[in-house]
Design a protein around this ligand. Structure first.
Ligand SMILES: [Zn+2]
Length: 848
């Protein structure tokens, strides 16, 4: 392997950073000093470390014998480094490197940055906070900013005495520091990577700590939001305890703070002991939040806490391993959530996320889950659905194949063997191989190091007493081809009387799975956890459709989802799909109805305008019986997923189905909601808000906009904000777009709102024009990582495909080339679907 220009030389190794930082929130600057204990491994006259957008003051290099070296510094901006040249060679041994430095609190949501909020008196208040992953610690202090240069961090923050300051570990000292300031010192951290260091300073409040097996857990938040912390504390306490038990390793930090940050680019960040969150990912009022919002808070917390072991205690060697870090935390988030609220059916609810990953991975422009990462910004491209959702779906498939207890044992062994160290992907496979005796490495490598996934074709074997299984790569477009996988298959077979479940690893050559007798019907992805599509012969398919009620919910989901994927690939027509959909009328699971609602909305946009009313009638015919069973008001003691299902059904009925009654009812509910939010069930409330917005007036828009700007909880803020993108009037769409540019919608939300506008049925084309006109402004305003979120929905503009392609050919999103390439291929798929199915849908509607 050639030494990358982005990798630091290894002849100097840091062990400990004594770091003092003093932010000036008013001037948006900071000063600092770091004393780094280093070992010089071989005599050298230069030391190279990372630093970016920092200015250095005094620098000193000394050792215990009192020797010093004078140092001159040059910055290598492109490589984000400082090169310290020593006047005389320094001998091998332990040295101390001291650097005084200063920098700016930027507004780019990375490094050491500034976030603001409006307090109760209407004044803007500032917070200084950090976000270092992947490579932005170097913007806050000079350091060896690579994950395997682990070191101990002893942090001191010098802050105004009336501000709250938080870092990774417990506060151990607080001394006056003059001018109304205090120096707050924190306990030494464990040996850890620079990207996990955190400090937050601001006019914030903290809840009383909850004791979790001796670890104090708090939520830190902007003043006035204490009433939104209860759910996070309950979930956090459960997960912290449950995870320590699952891994059979105590939590590696000495306290845990969940910190709600008003401006945040990700969902949350797993800094050891000081997890930072977007407000809506941690603050929630269970009385007014709907099911999906509670699920999100719970799963984000579980995810970040899972990282404390997998990521923080044991860390990837280099950024190519980020996928495993994130995939594993996402997998654990589901497992842990399942233990917290079993009635939430976490794995079923995960199905849409896995579906999105399958959708991306069916493109020619997909990528292998793991790939070589050289420059730091290549790692940024790993934070996508292939890392999080495909990666975690693969781990779920593996766990189900190996058995849950075996998998858990292997994971625990892996963590214990490598604690405080760094690993590569094969280290985990080796531990699981050891625990299971199965060829885990060979199997998983076929899924990790090549993009795409197979379609498994199932037919009766010639004598009828078994199944023939073949694989080929699945894709929407003909250019997607090649590759073979070791497919861990779990098959459920019935001869009509008894069922048997068998497993097999299916390779490149067709395989026969034997049964004890004639196969009447079979589920080839039993349990629904496989990361592949299944294609049955018509006979086997009919057998399943006739027995939907004997399938698990997740099996019903995947059967429908696989069929929809075949429609997009052009191998099944939309009429056949609608016939299948109509068999789901008695369905009771929210996730399955969510899939139906989403695909029906897609078809609604494709059907010829004059046939739309007929299609809307068809949609109503499917949904009404289920919606009527549930009504608009939850029953006493009803379970959470039924409430979620009601919201899904009503919304689809009022938007795609354009049912008059639903629209009138929604309007009445909105009136009530605006008066007293607690008086309406949250899932019904959200459905009502979106239904009303979809056919709303200017007056409704003003009311919703007002409500958004004065929302008292982040979930209400979100729903009214996003509803502003749904109004049919072009002038209102334009107003919403303007709000993302002028600060009325936060930078961290703007691209998502723009994405919603772009995906809009009525005003999507207008949004596209606005994006083109304002392109430079968007690039300037939004960090690339979240700007991508807007561009991702560009495929919905397949009616303007040529224009979109031409524009994006000459307009780049920084670090977004992969996302753009995928969005453009999705555009091709959407265009093909529309061309193929528009007439067919009309013909189908004429028949039915
Ligand atoms: Zn994560």
């Amino acid at each position: 392997m050639t030494e990358s220009r982005y990798r630091l030389p290894r002849h100097v190794v840091p062990h400990r950073y004594d770091l003092t930082i003093e932010p000036d929130l008013e001037r948006a600057t900071f000063t600092g000093r770091v004393d780094i204990a280093i070992t010089i491994e071989e005599a050298t006259d230069e030391i190279v470390l990372n630093a970016l957008e920092l200015e250095f003051g005094e620098i000193a290099l000394t050792n215990a014998r009192g020797q010093t070296r004078s140092v001159t510094v040059t910055f290598e901006k492109e490589e984000e480094r400082a090169r310290l040249v020593l006047a005389d060679e320094a001998a091998p041994g332990d040295w101390s490197l001291s650097i005084a430095f200063e920098g700016i609190l930027n507004d780019k949501l990375r490094g050491f940055y500034r976030s603001t909020f409006i307090d109760n008196e209407g004044n803007e208040r500032a917070i200084a906070t950090t976000q270092f992953e992947a490579t932005d610690a170097r913007r806050a202090f000079p350091c060896w900013d690579e994950p395997d240069f682990k070191a101990v961090f002893a942090i001191t923050l010098v802050v105004d005495a009336d501000l709250l300051a938080v870092s990774n570990n417990r506060q151990i000292d607080r001394q006056p520091a003059g001018n109304g300031k205090v120096a707050v010192r924190y306990a030494d951290t464990m040996k850890m990577s620079t990207y996990l260091v955190a400090f937050v300073v601001g006019p914030l409040e903290a809840t009383d700590p909850v004791d979790v097996d001796g670890i104090p857990l708090r939520v830190v938040h902007a003043p006035g939001k204490g009433h939104l912390t209860g759910f996070a504390l309950e979930a956090g306490a459960h997960f912290l305890h449950w995870l320590a038990d699952y891994y059979a390793i105590p939590y590696p930090g000495d306290k845990m703070d969940f910190i709600a940050i008003p401006d945040f680019s990700f969902g949350a960040m797993e800094n050891l002991g000081a997890v930072t969150f977007r407000e809506n990912a941690v603050l929630v009022d269970p009385q007014v939040a709907r099911q999906v919002e509670l699920e999100r808070v719970s799963s984000v917390i579980a995810h970040e806490l899972a990282h404390m072991w997998f990521g923080d205690l044991v860390t990837m060697k280099w950024w190519n391993g980020i996928w495993l870090n994130e995939a594993f935390a996402t997998f654990m988030e589901m497992l842990a959530s399942d233990s917290f609220r079993p009635e939430w059916k976490t794995w079923l609810e995960f199905a849409p996320s896995r579906g999105y990953a399958l959708d991306t991975d069916a493109l020619a422009t997909t990528r292998p889950v793991e790939f070589d990462v050289d420059a730091p910004d290549e790692a940024d491209q790993m934070f996508d659905s292939l890392t999080y959702q495909k990666g975690s779906a693969l781990l779920r498939m593996l766990q189900q194949f190996l058995g849950e207890e075996t998998f858990r044992r292997g994971v625990g062994d892996y963590l214990r063997a490598h604690e405080h160290g760094n690993t590569e992907t094969h280290d985990l496979w080796a531990a699981l191989e050891q625990a299971s005796g199965q060829p885990v490495g060979a199997m998983m490598n076929s899924w990790i190091f090549q993009g795409g996934f197979p379609e498994v074709e199932i037919s009766h074997s010639p004598d009828g007493d078994g199944l023939l299984v073949e694989q080929r790569r699945f894709g929407y477009l003909p250019q997607v081809a090649g590759g073979e996988w070791h497919v861990p298959l779990v098959v459920r077979i019935s001869d009509g009387a008894t069922e048997e479940t068998t497993t097999a690893i299916v390779g490149a050559t067709p395989e026969e799975v034997r049964a004890h007798g004639p196969v009447e019907w079979a589920v080839a992805n039993a349990g629904g956890n496989g990361f592949f599509r299944v294609r049955y012969t018509p006979e086997l398919m009919d057998g399943l459709v006739a027995r939907l009620d004997q399938l698990d919910p997740l099996e019903r989901y995947t059967l429908l989802d696989d069929s929809w994927a075949q429609v997009k690939a052009g191998r099944v027509d939309s009429g056949t799909y609608l016939d299948l959909a109509s068999r789901y009328q008695g369905e009771t699971e929210a996730a399955v109805w969510g899939l139906l609602a989403g695909t029906l909305d897609r078809l609604h946009r494709i059907v010829q305008p004059e046939r739309r009313p007929a299609f809307e009638g068809w949609v109503r015919g499917l949904i009404e019986p289920a919606a009527e069973r549930l009504g608009w008001v939850p029953e006493e003691g009803e379970d959470d997923l039924t409430r979620k299902l009601r919201g899904t059904l009503l919304r689809a009925l009022g938007t795609t189905g354009k049912q008059g009654h639903a629209r009138e009812q929604a309007r009445r509910i909105v009136d009530r909601l605006l008066e007293s939010p607690e008086s309406v069930d949250p899932d019904v409330a959200v459905a009502a808000v979106y239904i009303t917005a979809s056919a709303g007036t200017e007056a409704d828009y003003q009311r919703f906009s007002e409500k958004y700007q004065h929302a008292t909880d982040p979930q209400a803020e979100d729903r009214f904000m996003y509803s502003l993108a749904e109004f049919p009037q072009p002038g209102l769409a334009e107003e919403t777009f303007t709000m993302t540019l002028d600060g009325r919608i936060r930078t961290s939300n703007g691209p998502m709102v723009v994405g919603r506008l772009l995906a809009g049925e009525t005003n999507g084309d207008l949004a596209w024009e606005l994006i083109k006109i304002n392109w430079d402004r968007l690039l300037e305003l939004f960090p690339p990582m979240i700007l991508k979120r807007a561009v991702e929905t560009i495929w919905t503009r397949h009616n303007r495909a040529d224009d979109v392609r031409a524009f994006l050919a000459t307009h780049e999103v920084p670090h977004g080339d992969k996302a753009i390439a995928q969005a453009l291929e999705r555009l091709d798929v959407a265009e093909g679907l529309a061309k193929r199915e528009s007439n067919r849908l009309s013909a189908y509607l004429n028949r039915s």
